[in-house]
Write a protein that binds this ligand. Structure first.
Ligand SMILES: [Zn+2]
Length: 397
């Protein structure tokens, strides 16, 4: 298990060439006419044809051997606790396993599985600040985990949100997992959070486990959180009519998760497409959870929604990268100069019936990952979790 005690950034120049397919992460132009990416100090500095890029004096050079390159995948909905440990399924190394599924950034929807999690206001603030600090200082496998997402409770006042924001907290845990379940109460606290620069997510649908709550579409709309968290339930989904209301009734992010109801997820994607609002669709796993940890969860969502949703695979890669980055204000998720040098190199899995990588995903197969790069640092070679790819990139030194 590759554990990094502190965030690392590549120092010299990184050059990746012979890229066979460059997926941008941006819906406006999902496929770029380029075969080379250059990065320095953990940031992309050039994207284009090799002849047009300065690839001299590279400290690290990678021959992609025709593999596809995408931005690192972003899991918009995870429930971390501390380090690379989850008590939910008594597992170690789950984040590192997700790295091998192409995930380079995760966003916490609340550190809710901590045994003995404090529910008093001082305690929940202390936990959020501690989690934010801990995951900033320690990245399992190099994965960037935005954590410290307090679960709001009744009795909180605006100064609590100001205090959290001043301490570096940027997210709320899923609204509805604590004692704040009424729409009007949630709306007040979400507004306070927003005023202080804290982004919010709301639990949608039936209770996830004994003790969590039921949140219907009216409550979600009234609360007006930034992200409609697991619009396809976690796992129990709202009726499809209510999911349509959520898509039509606001402009907030439509988050579809692996550990939700697949039919509801496909329906949400269809509603977003009919509305011409695919830019609102983002993907998560909602893991660890009762249904476990899915190291390939984001890839599985891309393949599921592309194949059964009859949507080109490159669009779904945008939902898992650039859309999430834009809606969550992250500096990654797009292949463009200035962005974080977070990449996944992948190819069609061996023996897939698809003609190429995108066709194989559109037919429901998972790609094979050959390399994962975070902040310009190669964090994983050939994935231990995906099916083997036909081609794999080569680290030239
Ligand atoms: Zn939830």
């Amino acid at each position: 298990m590759a554990l990094s005690p502190a965030p690392e950034t590549q120092t010299g120049k990184l050059v990746i060439r012979n890229i066979g397919l460059l997926l941008s992460g941006a819906l406006e132009a999902p496929i770029l006419d380029a075969d080379t990416v250059v990065a320095e100090a953990g940031r992309i500095t050039a994207v284009g044809r090799q002849a047009d890029c300065d690839i001299s004096e590279a400290r690290v050079s990678i021959d992609a051997h025709g593999c596809a390159l995408t931005p690192g995948l972003i899991d918009s909905h995870v429930h971390p606790v501390f380090g690379d440990w989850t008590p939910r399924q008594s597992q170690l190394g789950w984040i590192d396993s997700c790295l091998h599924g192409g995930v380079t950034t995760m966003v916490s929807a609340g550190e809710v599985h901590l045994p003995g999690r404090p529910r008093d206001i001082v305690g929940l603030k202390a936990l959020a600040i501690t989690a934010q600090r801990a995951f900033t200082n320690f990245r399992p496998g190099g994965v960037k985990l935005l954590a410290g997402a307090p679960v709001i409770e009744q009795g909180m006042v605006e100064s609590d949100f100001a205090e959290l924001a001043a301490a570096g907290v940027t997210l709320l845990g899923e609204v509805g997992l604590g004692s704040v379940k009424a729409g009007y109460q949630a709306q007040q606290m979400v507004a306070w959070a927003r005023r202080h620069g804290i982004q919010s997510t709301i639990h949608t649908g039936g209770p996830s486990v004994p003790g969590s709550g039921y949140i219907d579409a009216d409550t979600v709309l009234e609360a007006d959180a930034d992200i409609i968290g697991h619009i396809n339930g976690g796992h129990t989904a709202l009726p499809l009519s209510q999911i349509r209301c959520l898509c039509e009734g606001c402009a907030r992010a439509i988050e579809i998760v692996h550990n939700g109801n697949e039919l509801a997820g496909l329906s949400a994607l269809r509603f977003a497409r009919e509305l011409g609002q695919l830019q609102r669709v983002i993907l998560g796993t909602d893991s660890p959870a009762g249904s476990g940890v899915q190291p390939l969860g984001i890839l599985r969502m891309i393949a599921l929604l592309s194949s059964l949703g009859e949507m080109p695979a490159e669009i779904l890669f945008c939902c898992a990268t650039g859309n999430t980055a834009r809606l969550r204000k992250l500096d990654c998720g797009i292949i463009a100069p200035g962005r974080a040098a977070d990449f996944v190199l992948m190819d069609r899995a061996q023996h897939s019936s698809g003609a190429d990588l995108l066709d194989s995903v559109a037919k429901g197969d998972l790609p094979g990952i050959g390399m994962v790069v975070i902040d310009g640092v190669v964090r994983a070679g050939r994935s231990r979790n995906t099916p083997p790819a036909e081609r794999v990139p080569e680290l030239l030194g």
